[in-house]
Design a protein around this ligand. Structure first.
Ligand code: ZN
Length: 215
């Protein structure tokens, strides 16, 4: 009897199955397409997807649960091993989420949301009055909205500026940055070198505020 070498799984990677080969032979892969499991004390919401090539996990605000996206060929046991191997990374991500403005914004009640709006609506006109004459721009209507995906927007045709009320949760230089950013769009629609030069002229420290908002 000849000894056959044991196939080695990729280091740090879940063992792979060729789902398409299995299904071509009429075999099916275990488990549902999506669901919830608890692994090493973490709540894991998983989805199996075709077209996904590698197992991916992320820690999702505001509650810090783990979202796992599985290719069809990855077994649950391998997903669980992978999550266990990433436990300290997951905990680190969860700690970072606690108390972050992003999470506070998600958990906020109606009263808090009203308060952000008041703060932002009281501050933005003052900033516009300061910067618009310096930059030589005409500002139209000012609007305030609680938005998930953008800090502000600007309609160059009307001069209408819309500012995210969640900026109330960030240091004041962030609100100033977003206002100057939108005013700069009245001079330059893109984010290219000309835009950056305008920002450098009127708010030299703008990159610092931008980075605070990215964090
Ligand atoms: Zn922009």
């Amino acid at each position: 009897m000849s000894a056959r070498p044991t196939p080695k799984p990729f280091a740090g990677q879940p063992r792979l199955f060729d789902y398409d080969a299995l299904s071509a032979h009429g075999m099916h892969v275990e488990g549902p397409d999506e669901g919830l499991r608890f692994v090493a004390g973490f709540e894991v919401r998983f989805t199996r997807k075709r077209g996904v090539r590698t197992l991916r996990i992320r820690v999702v605000p505001p509650d810090g649960h783990v979202e796992a996206t599985l290719p069809w060929h990855v077994r649950f046991a391998d997903m669980e091993d992978f999550i266990r191997s990433k436990a300290s990374w997951i905990e680190e991500q969860q700690r970072a989420l606690q108390g972050s403005p992003q999470v506070l914004a998600e958990l906020a009640g109606e009263d808090e949301k009203k308060m952000w709006r008041q703060v932002v609506a009281a501050t933005v006109p003052v900033l516009v009055e300061r910067y618009a004459p310096l930059m030589g721009v005409q500002v139209g209507k000012l609007a305030y909205r609680n938005m998930k995906s953008r800090w502000g927007s600007c309609q160059p045709s009307t001069g209408r500026i819309c500012i995210n009320t969640r900026l109330a949760l960030y240091p004041p230089e962030c609100l100033e940055y977003v206002v100057v950013h939108e005013l700069a769009h009245l001079l330059e629609p893109g984010h290219g070198p000309r835009f950056k030069a305008i920002m450098d002229t009127f708010l030299p420290d703008w990159r610092h505020a931008r980075d605070l908002l990215k964090a």
